[in-house]
Design a protein around this ligand. Structure first.
Ligand SMILES: *[C@@H]1O[C@H](CO)[C@@H](O)[C@H](O)[C@H]1NC(C)=O
Ligand SMILES: *[C@@H]1O[C@H](CO)[C@@H](O)[C@H](O)[C@H]1NC(C)=O
Length: 186
C-alpha cells in the first residue's frame, strides 16, 4: 500500500517537473522565429534617410534585463501583445509602404510567440501586485498609437513605428536569450 502511494507521488512529481520544463522550451525557439519577423520588417525599408526620433523605453529594458526569468517572460508576452495590437491596424496601412501579406506573416509569428510564451508564464504564480513595468510598457505603446493618429497614419508616422518595433524585437531577443540560458542552469 505505502509503496504504491510513494510511487504515485514520485510519478506526479515527475510529470509536474516535466511539464514545467517543456512549458518554457519555446524560449529556445524564440530567436529563430523572431529573426524571421525582423528580416521581414527590415525588408520593408522605405528609404527614409533622415534621423528620426523614436520614443523607446531604454531604462525599462535595462531594468527587465536584471529581473527574474518569470518577469522577463511576462514582459515578453506583454510587449508582444502590444506590438500585435499596434500592427494589427492594417486598415490604416498604406499598401505601397507595407506589404500587407508580409505584415500578416509577421503578425502570425508574433501571435505564435505570444501564445507559446503564455504557456510558460502560466506555470508561475500570478503576482498579487500590478508589476511596475506593465504600466510603463502600456503607456509607451499608447504614446506610439497616439502619434500615429496625430499624424493621420502618414507613411512618416508608420516608418517611426516600423523602427520602434525593430528596436523592440532586437532588445526582446536579448531578454529571451538570457531567460533561456537562466533556465538551462536550473
Ligand atoms: C536554449 O537552451 C537550450 C537548453 O536548455 C539550448 O540547447 C539552446 O541552444 C538554447 N537556445 C538558444 C537560442 O540559446
Ligand atoms: C509581398 O510579399 C509576398 C510574400 O513575401 C510576395 O510574394 C509579394 O510579391 C509581395 N508583394 C509586393 C507588392 O511586393
Amino acid at each position: 500500500m505505502k509503496q504504491t502511494q510513494m510511487w504515485t507521488y514520485i510519478f506526479v512529481i515527475f510529470l509536474t517537473l516535466q511539464s514545467q520544463c517543456s512549458a518554457c522550451i519555446w524560449l529556445g525557439q524564440y530567436n529563430l522565429v523572431s529573426a524571421e519577423s525582423l528580416k521581414w520588417l527590415r525588408e520593408m525599408d522605405g528609404q527614409y534617410p533622415e534621423e528620426m526620433k523614436v520614443p523607446f523605453p531604454r531604462t525599462l529594458y535595462n531594468f527587465i534585463g536584471n529581473a527574474k526569468v518569470e518577469d522577463q517572460v511576462r514582459f515578453l508576452v506583454l510587449t508582444l501583445d502590444q506590438i500585435i495590437s499596434l500592427m494589427d491596424a492594417r486598415e490604416h496601412m498604406n499598401s505601397e509602404q507595407w506589404n500587407l501579406t508580409t505584415v500578416e506573416y509577421i503578425l502570425q509569428d508574433l501571435r505564435r510567440q505570444s501564445s507559446e510564451l503564455k504557456e510558460c508564464v502560466a506555470q508561475y504564480q500570478k503576482p498579487s501586485h500590478m508589476e511596475s513595468y506593465k504600466k510603463e510598457i502600456i503607456r509607451h505603446f499608447r504614446t506610439l498609437k497616439k502619434s500615429l493618429k496625430k499624424e493621420k497614419y502618414s507613411t512618416h508616422a508608420w516608418e517611426k513605428i516600423r523602427r520602434a518595433v525593430i528596436t523592440h524585437l532586437q532588445r526582446m531577443d536579448i531578454i529571451a536569450n538570457n531567460a533561456n540560458k537562466s533556465l538551462e542552469r536550473v
